[in-house]
Design a protein around this ligand. Structure first.
Ligand SMILES: C[S@@+](CC[C@H](N)C(=O)[O-])C[C@H]1O[C@@H](n2cnc3c(N)ncnc32)[C@H](O)[C@@H]1O
Length: 257
């Protein structure tokens, strides 16, 4: 079964951050680096997007883009029914999309910026650039910079009697083409019912300097920097260049030229 077709279980498994702190930091980053006023936000690969729900709650316009219709339906339902908020949704592939009315700030969370080739990454940058106003920021959370530190991780979350144990693993597949296989498993215990949800994907590891070079090659963004963080906030006084051991919990900032 595909994990992303089960948004509630995904949300329980991955809601280990403080969304208010995240959006506070977005506002701080915008005031420091954005060349335009921000009213309209785009979450790329949004999933259940607690972020867009908080952003809409603060009175901004919110748009979520995802490939999986179940995720978008869940996000709309949660926003409208539980919180009375309006969130626009777009079903599209992040490596090739267009948004009608441009946004002022785009973001992608939880290491979701992963593709299987450089061409797709360049096409992704084109898509974001097309959808973002000049001077607007593209915020990328958790870019893999420490490829030596990719190892199995496991954690358990519980909400309203539903327990989800998540296991993440990645194995090199093809060293010459820098591809690895990412495996994610959710073991769900939901009021007496159990389910094992799995997803497996072959992805390309883009090394840090390769990432920067591709941003330059694409030509549509300025690379403003990358910084250390936690899952909920990021530290502008801690650039990755100064980190003893750069972590995959980080943020990268690009600005549309
Ligand atoms: C790791 S989850 C992140 C979800 C959410 N942003 C978060 O922080 O919890 C990745 C999301 O990307 C979506 N996704 C996967 N491949 C995609 C693609 N090629 N284009 C757009 N969305 C994609 C999945 O449906 C899923 O909702």
């Amino acid at each position: 079964m595909n994990i992303y077709k089960n948004p509630l279980y995904y949300e329980i498994a991955f809601s280990f951050f403080d969304v208010k702190k995240q959006i506070d930091t977005f506002e701080e980053i915008i005031s420091k680096f954005s060349k335009i006023r921000v009213n309209r936000f785009l979450d790329v690969a949004c999933g259940p997007s607690l972020q867009l729900r908080e952003i809409a709650e603060r009175g901004y316009e919110a748009i979520g883009l995802d490939l999986v219709p179940e995720m978008l339906a869940y996000l709309s339902e949660k926003a409208e029914e539980e919180e009375g908020l309006k969130i626009q949704t777009v079903q599209a592939d992040m490596s090739n999309f267009r948004i009608g009315k441009k946004v002022d700030f785009a973001f992608i969370m939880m290491g979701s910026l992963v593709v299987d080739s450089d061409d797709k990454f360049l096409s992704h940058l084109d898509s974001v650039a097309y959808s973002l106003r000049k001077g607007g920021l593209y915020f990328i959370q958790n870019k893999i910079v420490d490829w030596t530190g990719i190892k199995e991780q496991s954690w358990t979350m519980e909400r309203e009697g539903i327990m989800v144990k998540t296991t993440f693993n990645a194995r090199w597949k093809d060293l010459l083409n820098q591809t690895y296989t990412e495996e994610l498993t959710l073991e769900v215990h939901d009021h007496g019912q159990t389910a094992n949800l799995e997803s497996r994907e072959d992805l390309k590891l883009m090394f840090p300097q390769e990432f920067k070079t591709l941003v330059v090659l694409n030509g549509k963004f300025d690379f403003l920097g990358w910084w250390e963080g936690t899952e909920s906030t990021w530290f502008l006084d801690k650039p990755l260049e100064k980190a003893k051991s750069p972590s995959n919990i980080n943020m990268v900032l690009l600005r549309k030229k």
